[in-house]
Design a protein around this ligand. Structure first.
Ligand code: NAD
Length: 483
């Protein structure tokens, strides 16, 4: 397929990088180069920030009403829907994920997110606050929720258009302007989105795109003094660096980081459903999912049945060409990432866990890794503690609910968790006791734009999505009038 957009989008103009630098974008399933994309330098980032600042400080965008911003967001959602098949093909080509999954999960989420926040744009209200007055005279006090300013957006490669939508939609609804740096491994769908933003009629400079390297374009955006906020999704290591740099200029930060999410299968669970759901939580998107349910905590009475079921599910996965409708798992993003994932498999073996399925990679081109299930591990092993970000899961047995909660909470992460049970009391009890941003009961991965999304502990700071995302892009101003 043809890749149409490979340049930077700054102030409404597609332009090459100032030094003319480009980086290669590969098809992970074939290892072929599919595009050469402009690689933004610090000077390009500065121009993009300037364009975003001009729109924010008195430009056409700053004069639009919330209703008008909402109309533009709805128009953008319509255009994404019109191009959804092409965008899904681009995502599949660039990320290596199965085409059907890209269309059903990533594109539907992006469209739904723009529509949800379009509805919010004219409902960002302040409050009239009763105050006791000042020195014997009454006061009239109220708050205004104002857009925060110029937002720097840094996104990962695993779900580029979906995560860009999670950040762009609330920021635009709130009235912010943006500079977005997509991940260098998979920038293509974001660049197509840039063309749709132009077509929808957003004033030039409201959304600027600076594809480039993290250490160059990402670092420049994070350090730029005229950026008011950074919203970042990626690894904890880079998130920590982003927060440190952002502190120099007191930028606000939202960080959506990694996870090591537990899926707890209680003794009364319907095993067939739990195994099917747990396998999805392990293998969806090649396991390159921040919320992947990679620690399967099983009541000892069901342990063997669950291991057998998950091993069968792993062997039933059809690994291959993401464009083949029969394929259920595609390729990992890069050779470097595949080696990282296989390194964790090796660590699992070395530390004494047993492979129930997978553990290797198929011959031939493409960054594929077999769906892999470990058993016989202990909760403190590397494979049960660290985020692997590939199709590798670890089954751990527990004897009672307290132990399950202890293991579930026993990592530095706290993004999501699943509980499989038919006991409604236990379900709610565990939902409270597990330290995570989201808990799913008898399902996995149900992320809805109406619900907040984010983590606790090392999984991040702040929330994307839901009404709380609007707080992340607004500041409260207090106005007091002496009457
Ligand atoms: P990454 O941290 O390597 O990169 C993320 C982004 O940061 C990329 O755009 C990259 O170019 C940029 N970057 C790299 N170095 C930078 C620097 N010094 N300054 C500024 N920006 C820099 O992460 P990744 O490999 O792209 O994504 C995988 C990680 O993302 C996993 O840990 C995963 O759990 C996490 N993730 C989290 C969520 C969530 O919602 N919590 C969603 C998806 C992915």
């Amino acid at each position: 397929m043809t890749v149409h957009h490979t340049e930077l989008l700054i102030d409404g103009q597609w332009t090459p990088a100032s030094g003319g630098a480009v980086f290669d974008v590969l098809n992970p399933a074939t290892e072929q180069i599919i595009a050469k994309v402009a690689s933004a330098a610090a000077a390009d980032v500065a121009r993009a920030v300037q364009a975003a600042r001009a729109q924010f400080d008195g430009g056409a965008w700053s004069r639009l009403s919330g209703a008008e911003r909402g109309r533009l967001l709805n128009r953008l959602a319509d255009l994404i829907e019109r191009d959804a098949d092409e965008l899904a093909r681009l995502e599949s080509l660039d990320v290596g994920k199965p085409l059907g999954e890209a269309r059903m999960v990533d594109l539907n989420s992006a469209i739904g997110t723009f529509r949800y926040f379009a509805g919010w744009a004219d409902k960002i209200e302040g409050r009239a606050v009763p105050t006791p007055g000042f020195r014997g005279r009454p006061t009239h006090a109220y708050t205004i929720r104002e857009p925060l300013g110029v937002v720097g957006v840094i996104t990962p490669w695993n779900a580029p258009i979906m995560i860009a939508a999670w950040k762009l939609a609330p920021a635009l609804a709130a009235g912010c302007t943006l500079v977005l740096k997509p991940a260098e491994d998979a920038p293509l769908s974001t660049l197509h989105l840039g063309a749709l933003i132009q077509e929808a009629g957003f004033p030039p400079g409201v959304v600027n795109l600076v594809p480039g390297l993290g250490t160059e374009a990402g670092a420049a955006l994070t350090a730029h003094p005229d950026v008011d906020k950074i919203t970042f999704t990626g690894s904890p290591e880079v998130g920590r660096q982003v927060q440190r740099t952002a502190a120099d200029t007191f930028k606000r930060v939202t960080l959506e980081l990694g996870g090591k999410s537990p899926q707890i299968i209680l003794a009364d669970a319907t095993v067939e459903d739990a195994v099917r759901g747990a396998a999805r939580g392990l293998f969806a998107n090649q396991g390159e999912v921040c919320a992947a349910g990679t620690r399967i905590l099983v009541h000892r009475s069901l342990h063997d049945e669950v291991v057998t079921g998950l091993a069968e599910a792993a062997r039933a996965v059809k690994l291959g060409d993401p464009f083949d409708p029969a394929t259920t798992m595609g390729a990992l993003i890069s050779a470097r990432h595949r080696e990282r994932v296989l390194g964790y498999v090796e660590a699992g073996r070395r530390e004494g866990a047993t492979l129930a399925a997978g553990g290797g990679r198929p011959d031939g081109p493409g960054f594929f890794v077999q769906p892999t299930v470990f058993t016989g591990a202990s909760p403190d092993m590397t494979i049960a503690q660290e985020e692997i970000f590939g199709p590798v899961g670890t089954v751990l047995a527990f004897d009672d609910v307290d132990e399950a909660v202890r293991i579930a909470n026993g990592t530095r992460y706290g993004l999501a968790a699943t509980v499989w049970t038919r006991d409604v009391t236990l379900a709610h009890d565990l939902a409270r006791r597990i330290r995570a941003g989201s808990v799913w009961v008898n399902c996995w991965g149900v992320i809805d734009p109406r619900l907040p999304w984010g983590g606790v502990k090392h999984s991040g700071i702040g929330r994307d999505l839901g009404a709380s995302a609007l707080d992340a892009y607004t500041e409260d101003k207090a106005v007091t009038v002496l009457l």
